[in-house]
Design a protein around this ligand. Structure first.
Ligand code: MG
Length: 355
């Protein structure tokens, strides 16, 4: 089988309500849907969701890089995924979200050609995962009300965004913990917005509570202080922006900086890189979470397949699709009931896509 064409289509998806994080306020998202067609007529779909603060890509830079990369990829065998990553990497450094979109389409094709869902190709540990749900930064009382609402809708893990104003962060965490009691596990994601002293003080204040994980408190380049934090708190430290590739996972884990690593397909250049990060982490006794940028159901579905396939991917933060007015050209792949996501057993990603 040979790749006969690869195209990217930009789509705009509206959020049901705006999301506030340290990077700003998000009202709608733009993403690039990748379509790979083969000489047999088989088609694979992927998603390259750009997020400039983390991977430096925009729809425009993705499209320009895709135009250049298409010349290298067309004519290649889509099943030779390592070879294709090597070709992409030797042509251009970075561009991990674009590479993820291409990678996801290749796994979709591989599954469709073999008649297997992607999670079975990757290890097939299970066909279900539990995702947390994100509580956007807002007025603490409102955040606590949202938390209660999510718990009543079947979510047992909450991810609380923080990092803009510490006083307000502390108040929000406190209100949320009081409101949900023992009904949900709570993570706090400071998105690089705290320093080590602030992190230690805040986490120690909430010792022995349902606040069990702190995610990326420090700027991504600050490595040594992660160890200081780990030694001073009882909760687990998870790194997100500090880890893009398997080599980053190796660095932070061998330095003793992380209890958990947050993999995102858009950072790891897709499933192939995510596999590498998870293996490095698992070998060191470090668990993984899989998170997301603002992918549609397409990118999320690929992440669910990856997470379900592996025991060491112990946590999922795959909730972006729940915040969108989902388009009718993209359906299926998995069902969701509260935080429980169950994959379809259809070949490939199992999605129905009509663009
Ligand atoms: Mg994060």
């Amino acid at each position: 089988m040979q790749i006969s064409s690869i195209v990217g289509k930009a789509v705009n998806i509206e959020l049901t309500q705006p999301l506030k994080v340290t990077f700003g306020e998000i009202k709608s998202i733009e993403s690039l849907i990748i379509k790979i067609t083969t000489d047999t007529g088989l088609v694979g779909y992927g998603e390259a969701c750009p997020f400039e603060p983390v991977t430096g890509e925009s729809i425009e830079t993705e499209q320009a890089a895709l135009n250049a990369m298409a010349k290298t990829i067309v004519g290649e065998d889509p099943f030779c995924i390592e070879r294709l990553h090597s070709l992409m990497d030797s042509q251009t450094v970075g561009h991990t979200a674009l590479k993820a979109g291409i990678d996801i389409a290749l796994y979709d094709l591989l599954g469709k050609a073999t008649g297997l869902p992607v999670y079975k190709l990757l290890g097939g540990n299970d066909n279900q995962v539990h995702t947390d749900i994100t509580i956007s930064i807002g007025e603490p009382r409102k955040m606590a009300n949202e938390a209660v609402d999510y718990v009543s809708r079947g979510f047992s893990a909450l991810k609380v965004k923080a990092g803009i104003d510490q006083e307000s962060d502390e108040e929000a965490i406190s209100e949320i913990l009081n409101a949900v009691g023992d009904k949900a596990m709570v993570k706090v994601d400071a998105n690089q917005g705290w320093n080590a002293k602030q992190t230690i003080r805040i986490l120690n204040k909430f010792q022995n509570t349902q606040l069990q994980i702190v995610e990326q408190p420090l700027p991504y380049w600050q490595h040594e202080e992660n160890k200081v934090i780990r030694n001073a708190i009882t909760q687990d430290l998870m790194l997100d922006e500090s880890v893009h590739a398997p080599s980053d996972a190796y660095t932070v884990i061998s330095n003793g900086e992380a209890d958990i690593v947050n993999i995102k397909l858009m950072k790891s250049a897709g499933i192939y890189g995510a596999e590498g990060i998870n293996k490095v982490a698992e070998a060191a006794g470090v668990r993984c979470m899989i998170g997301c940028m603002a992918e549609t159901r397409l990118g999320i579905c690929a992440a669910v397949h990856f997470a379900a396939a592996h025991q060491n991917v112990a946590f999922c933060d795959l909730d972006s699709f729940l915040m969108f007015k989902e388009p009718d050209w993209l359906t299926g792949g998995f069902t969701n009931e509260g935080g429980l996501l169950t994959l379809s057993d259809k070949p490939g990603l199992g999605l129905d896509i009509t663009i």
